[in-house]
Every structure is written in C-alpha cells, then in structure tokens.
Design a protein around this ligand. Structure first.
Ligand code: CTP
Ligand code: MG
Length: 232
C-alpha cells in the first residue's frame, strides 16, 4: 500500500463504567496484554498510520508510558470529561507540522479488533473526498420502545447504519466542527456527527461487524476470541 502516512488520535480518557472491574477497561488484560496495547498495535502495524496520539484521563495511573509502537511515535495529551473533548484535546496536541488540511484518523481505544483491510479502505476512499467513517448497515429489525419497555412501533431498517471507528477527517475542519458543537451545547457522540452539523456529508465505508467496542464485562472474552482470528 502506498501513500502518505496519517496520524491517529486514540481517545482513552474514559472510565469504562459499564465494563466494571478494578481498572478502567482500556487497561484490563486480554490474552496477557492490556486492551489499549492491542488497539495501538493494530493501528501501528498499518503502513498508512505514521503516529499515534493517545488522550488520557488527568488522573491516569495505568498508562504504560509508551513512546513508540512498532517504531511509530506515540504522544499523549490529557483528555476531557466527554469523548468529544478528549478527541479535540488530541487534535490540538498533534505536532504542528500536521497541517490543517491533512487527514487524521480517530479510533476508540476500546476497539481492538479493527481490521487492517478496513482501515486501508477507509483511508483510500475517504481521502478522495472530505473523509468518512467505518460502519455497517443495520441487520436486525429495529423497534422503538415506549417508556415501559414495550414496542411502540417498528422502524424501517433501510438506510440505517451503525457507526464505528476509525473515522477520518481533515484536522482543521474537524477541530472547528467539534468546537462549534461544543459552543452550541450539542453533545456529539462521534466525529461524523460534528462534521454533519458543520454541513458535511461523511462517507460511510462498510467495515466488518466484529470491530466491536468493548463495553461490558462480557465483551472482553468476545474481543479475545475475535483478536485471535481477525488479523486482516
Ligand atoms: N473516552 C475518552 N474520554 C471520555 C470518554 C471516553 O477518551 N471522556 C474514550 C474511551 O476511553 C473509549 C472511547 O472514548 O476508548 C469510547 O468511549 P466508551 O466506549 O463510552 O468508553 P468509556 O466512556 O470509558 O466507557 P463508559 O461509557 O462505559 O464509562
Ligand atoms: Mg462512555
């Protein structure tokens, strides 16, 4: 694969409340290594990724102090109370030589199973325009619930996608979009949502559904299983 290399911001400043456990989920072990180390390894081995910027909680005592992974530089910055703040802090902490129009990836520390092929396709397709994100069309029937947990109605599944990471946008416009969403008091749950508010139409690039976000305690075993078999 040819082309310039890109930086990847890796938000890892969350507390992992839903996962429980003694450690924040990004530091829990999977097959003998922390979740975040698996994720950083997956990213660093990709030939199009040139550097990693990890955002950490201000009181993080578990970060292993990595300065490079597979020869790629690893920088850190302090994240914020919301994921979007952590991403913005990471964008602001990128080296100055990363220009405003350069594409930057953002990938959750909690998604260790992302496939190299999918990262490559996102970069190939997204850099033709204004960026995009990995996702997958909804497979299950979608129900809208009422307040009592009963079905109010069935919604169409057509045209509905689940959004994953990595997401990839130009550094300057993404930072501006996240700042503007924050200024408007809109809680954006991913980078694409901030870009949508700013008037962009991010490209959806279909990726493997096993790019799970480790969220609950049960997800660790699933991720361990998937990691062993999703190397491409
Ligand atoms: N994240 C972050 N800063 C925050 C919140 C989340 O950098 N203030 C990161 C998490 O560390 C994770 C990614 O964003 O890698 C996705 O968030 P999520 O899966 O929700 O992780 P947590 O917020 O840690 O988990 P929970 O919501 O269960 O507390
Ligand atoms: Mg969270």
């Amino acid at each position: 694969m040819t082309g310039t290399t890109l930086w990847c911001v890796v938000p890892a400043a969350g507390r992992g409340v839903r996962a429980g456990g003694d450690l924040p989920k990004q530091y829990q072990l999977l097959a003998g290594r922390s979740l975040i180390e698996h994720t950083l390894e997956r990213l660093a081995v990709h030939p199009r990724i040139g550097g990693l910027l990890v955002t950490l909680a201000a009181d993080d005592r578990h970060w292993p102090g990595l300065h490079d992974v597979r020869g790629k530089p690893v920088l850190t910055a302090i994240g914020g109370a919301q994921r979007s703040e952590s991403v913005l802090a990471g964008l602001d902490a990128l080296p100055e030589r990363v220009g405003s129009e350069e594409f930057v990836l953002v990938h959750d520390a909690a998604r260790p199973c992302v496939r190299p092929n999918d990262i490559g396709r996102l970069i190939e397709q997204g850099t033709q325009g204004d960026g995009g994100l990995l996702g997958a069309p909804l497979r299950d029937t979608l129900k809208h619930a009422d307040g009592d947990g009963r079905v109010e109605r069935t919604e169409s599944r057509e045209s509905r996608w689940r959004a994953f990471t990595p997401q990839m946008f130009r550094r300057g416009p993404l930072a501006a979009a996240l700042r503007e969403a924050n200024r408007q008091g809109v809680a954006v749950s991913d980078e694409a949502m901030a870009m949508e508010l700013a008037g962009f139409s991010p490209l959806l690039v279909e990726g493997a559904e096993d790019n799970i976000k480790v969220t609950t305690a049960a997800d660790f075993a699933l991720a361990e299983f998937l990691l062993a078999r999703t190397s491409s």
